[in-house]
Design a protein around this ligand. Structure first.
Ligand SMILES: [Zn+2]
Length: 104
């Protein structure tokens, strides 16, 4: 990662930048990259891909040290992951219902 103050490359295990002394942010921002890929494959391809789009944006924002942007896009990725999970259960429910009625 890079220091937010001086821009020099620093080791993220440190608490302070060795060059200028700027404290290093320790907040973990989840990108949901793996979850999004799984959601696209298992749950719902469209909603999963939207989540994946946001998770890639989170990664990009983190690389550019845009913390606020990363937090915002991380929330969007999570929202679309939940939507794809809901869509999955609705589809499953519809499948069960249609199977039930076709057997009657
Ligand atoms: Zn620095």
């Amino acid at each position: 990662m890079f220091c937010r103050n001086c821009g020099k490359e620093i080791n993220e295990t440190l608490n302070k930048c060795p060059f200028c002394g700027e404290p290093i942010l320790k907040i973990k921002i989840k990108s949901y990259l793996l979850e999004s890929i799984l959601a696209a494959i298992v749950c719902n391809i469209i909603f999963g891909l939207i989540a994946l789009y946001y998770s890639i944006k989170v990664k990009r924002a983190l690389n550019m040290d845009m913390i606020e942007e990363a937090i915002k896009t991380s929330k969007s990725a999570k929202k679309w992951l939940i939507i794809s999970a809901i869509a999955f259960f609705v589809e499953l429910l519809l499948l069960i219902v249609s199977l039930f009625y076709s057997n009657v």
